[in-house]
Design a protein around this ligand. Structure first.
Ligand SMILES: NC(=O)c1ccc[n+]([C@@H]2O[C@H](COP(=O)([O-])OP(=O)(O)OC[C@H]3O[C@@H](n4cnc5c(N)ncnc54)[C@H](O)[C@@H]3O)[C@@H](O)[C@H]2O)c1
Ligand SMILES: [Zn+2]
Ligand SMILES: [Zn+2]
Length: 370
């Protein structure tokens, strides 16, 4: 079928809106009419990286929409179902068998190779093939083919255009707090970086009953949003001595720390300010940076430093839970969202980069216009 998509043709260049051909879904695939797709920093990192994904490619990995058609083997969803597309995985490695698909042994192949496992792609532009299946979806497009493994059915009484970011950024921040760190009532947590991931973490920390929620950023308006969403303390790292303030708030150390900023010096200090048996979760890869940590401090206090991917989420379970909390008014992630049309995607990315939009979401418009 003919679709409209934002194509990434070369490193760092603006995405171009093009008409493409999309293959029919294969037996284990699902054709989704995309209603809206969130933009995540990982899309921008892939646009700019000369090595991480092959190009030309259609990026986009926070898609939400309505099932149009399913392959013959698909049982999870049917045409008309509202769905969110999340990360993909193999389904038959030790992590997938244990329900931990965020740590799939073939994460790169299923999310970053720009093709199916058999090497084929679902997209073409009339002159040749184009890479597809980014995060098993390539959803900066009016239609996307995903797989039965990464499609998540969701309830139809909540606006579908809002739900795409639950497939990556929002489940990552909330899941890091709820699933990975297992923040508990009365505990303290420092959240470093209050973009979409960090603010989802702030909301989740409040839901988890943390009594001290310290939000740190360099952008004042984001800190004010953090305070609105449940932070008990805010620290502007551009103006204050962050860890002197952290030390005065949590004198015996923080039970938890979560870094979404990728600031290496900050990560090191966050670990130093953990209470005994405290855990620091790392979400931002800091462009592959390294840090050194004091082993005696880790060992004698039983402190843990760990990476967290996709908030340790099982999307089929966690995303509906977050939607129910949203519907109850207890997880207002809509406050982070700013809508753009697909044709404005480069402006949306620029606004995200400039800190003007926390979670941009591009809408695909009415199908009758395509
Ligand atoms: N691990 C995963 O599964 C996963 C999933 C989604 C996103 N990510 C990554 O998570 C990161 C955060 O995503 P986001 O959408 O929230 O990004 P974002 O850019 O909106 O948020 C990062 C925040 O960190 C703040 N910051 C930067 N330097 C700082 C410093 N020195 N001190 C304090 N704050 C500082 C920025 O002002 C910004 O608000 C990105 O790198 C993204 O690629 C990881
Ligand atoms: Zn993402
Ligand atoms: Zn796997």
């Amino acid at each position: 079928m003919q679709i409209t998509a934002a194509v990434c043709r070369s490193n760092g260049a603006p995405l171009s809106i093009e008409s493409l051909q999309l293959e029919d879904p294969r037996e284990d695939e699902v054709l989704v009419r995309v209603v809206a797709t969130g933009i995540c920093h990982t899309d921008v990192a892939m646009r700019d990286s000369p090595v991480r994904v092959p190009k030309p490619i259609v990026l986009g990995h926070e898609g939400a929409g309505i099932v149009e058609r399913t392959g013959s083997a698909v049982r999870k969803v049917k045409p008309g179902d509202h769905v969110v597309m999340s990360f993909s995985s193999c389904g038959h490695c030790p992590s997938c068998y244990q329900g931990d698909a965020a740590y799939c042994f073939e994460n790169n192949l299923y999310n970053f190779s720009g093709q199916r496992k058999d090497g084929t792609t679902a997209l073409a532009d009339g002159k040749g093939g184009l890479h597809s299946h980014f995060f098993g979806q390539s959803s900066f497009a009016t239609y996307a083919v995903c797989t039965e493994r990464n499609v998540v059915p969701v309830r139809a009484d909540v606006p579908i255009e809002l739900l795409g970011p639950l497939g990556c950024g929002i489940q990552t921040g909330a899941g890091a707090v709820i699933n990975a760190l297992k923040v508990y009532p009365g505990s303290s947590i420092g959240i470093f970086g209050t973009g979409s991931v960090g603010l989802a973490a702030v909301m989740a920390a409040r839901l988890s009953g943390a009594s001290t929620i310290i939000a740190v950023d360099t952008q004042q308006q984001r800190l004010e949003m953090a305070a609105l969403l449940g932070a008990t303390h805010i620290i502007n790292a551009a103006r204050e001595n962050t860890f002197a303030v952290v030390g005065s708030i949590a004198a015996t150390g923080m039970n938890f720390a979560l870094d979404t900023s990728g600031n290496l010096a900050g990560i090191r200090q966050a670990v130093e300010h953990l209470a005994p048996r405290g855990t620091c979760g790392l979400i931002n890869s800091a462009k592959g940076g390294d840090i050194s940590l004091n082993i005696l401090q880790l060992m004698s206090g039983g402190r843990v430093v760990r990476g967290v991917h996709q908030g340790d989420s099982v999307p089929e379970v966690f995303i509906p839970q977050l939607i129910e909390l949203y519907a109850q008014g207890r997880f207002p992630f809509d406050k982070l969202v700013k809508f753009y049309e697909l044709g404005e995607i480069n402006e949306a990315i620029a606004d995200m980069e400039a800190g003007k939009a926390i979670k941009p979401v591009v809408t695909m418009g009415s199908p009758s216009l395509q």
